[in-house]
Design a binder for this molecule. Structure first.
Ligand code: NAD
Length: 296
């Protein structure tokens, strides 16, 4: 019999992820608060229903892909109260580590195995089924989830116990946010010094300044034709989403007593950029703030 998966949260990421589960041969029953998301989900072959509980009922596995921690805790509270023990719960939203652990505890109290499995790869990766998943939870829960995650992603990592997936996600994105600002500062300085973009790129991309923000996602037009800088900084990965992840990293650092001064500075810069009305631009557009060439 075809395995049934419940899917709650069919937005920009969840919609295409659920569609890939259908493509992989799963039966998917989905719910979203937004009628437009339900309509596109229906077109992708998802059975749409009127509540999270309806989506989850009789499903062996339920996946949630929601905006933030409070949504996940709210939905998992409803589910954990109603689902039979043994139902596998997977949350792929990006949320604070504390909410992730709270959600795991709700599931555990009901005898439901669970994993936090946030993703990287953006909406392009969600559509193409090439997302990276970083999972936290027991080995047994991960083993059950892995084939389902493989239907939506390419690289799947088990990072440790409950919350470890979210921890990996926010640590990675803190590196990304800080390194992008560093690369932008270098290009802005190079411009003032009369150095061509291509010359700086050629040197730094094979020297010790080499990093993903430079070689894959170069924040100036030219050296890397596929980077958003060549496409009027259309996202890509929006600055407001980067700010969300950087804030999650700061919240976790505060709770854990970790010192992250550059992470804190990155929050300030992205908050300023968003406040000036640029939250919808790609996060590499922060170079315009550093050049003093932003409008807002
Ligand atoms: P989105 O806003 O497009 O989708 C979230 C969906 O959840 C919406 O359709 C909303 O209606 C629905 N929703 C909210 N509360 C609900 C509830 N109680 N019951 C049912 N549905 C509910 O956001 P998205 O871009 O799909 O992102 C989802 C998550 O993935 C976020 O945590 C985000 O940080 C993370 N993420 C996004 C990207 C990206 O590039 N968009 C990349 C990596 C991770």
């Amino acid at each position: 019999m075809t395995e049934l998966i419940g899917f709650v949260g069919l937005g920009n990421m969840g919609g295409p992820m659920a569609a890939n589960l259908v493509r992989a041969g799963y039966r998917v029953r989905g719910f979203d608060l937004n009628p437009a998301s339900l309509e596109s989900a229906r077109e992708a072959g998802i059975e749409v229903v009127g509540s999270a509980l309806d989506a989850a009922e009789t499903a062996g596995t339920v996946v949630t892909m929601l905006p933030a921690g409070r949504h996940v805790v709210e939905v998992w509270t409803q589910l954990a109260d109603a689902l039979p023990s043994g139902t596998l719960l997977i949350d792929s939203s990006t949320v604070d580590v504390e909410s992730a652990r709270k959600a795991h505890a709700l599931a555990e109290a009901q005898g439901c195995p669970s994993i936090d499995a946030p993703v990287s790869g953006g909406t392009g990766g969600a559509k193409a089924g090439t997302l990276t998943f970083m999972a936290g939870g027991s080995q047994a829960a991960f083993a059950r989830a892995e084939p389902i995650l493989k239907a939506m992603g390419r690289s799947i990592f088990h990072c440790g116990e409950a919350g470890a997936g979210q921890a990996a996600k926010i640590c990675n994105n803190m590196i990304l946010g800080i390194s992008m600002i560093g690369v932008c500062e270098a290009f802005a300085l190079g411009e003032k010094l009369g150095l061509s973009r291509q010359a700086l790129f050629d040197v730094a991309s094979v020297s010790s300044g080499q990093c993903w923000s430079l070689t894959t996602y170069c924040p100036v037009p030219g050296p890397v034709p596929t980077s958003p800088a060549n496409n009027a900084y259309r996202p890509g990965f929006a600055a407001s989403l980067m700010l969300k992840d950087l804030r999650l990293a700061q919240a976790a650092a505060g709770a854990a007593g970790a010192s992250t001064p550059l992470g804190a500075e990155a929050v300030q810069l992205y908050a300023l950029f968003e406040g000036l009305g640029h939250g919808g631009e790609d996060f590499s557009a922060i170079i315009n703030l550093l050049r003093g060439r932003h409008t807002g």
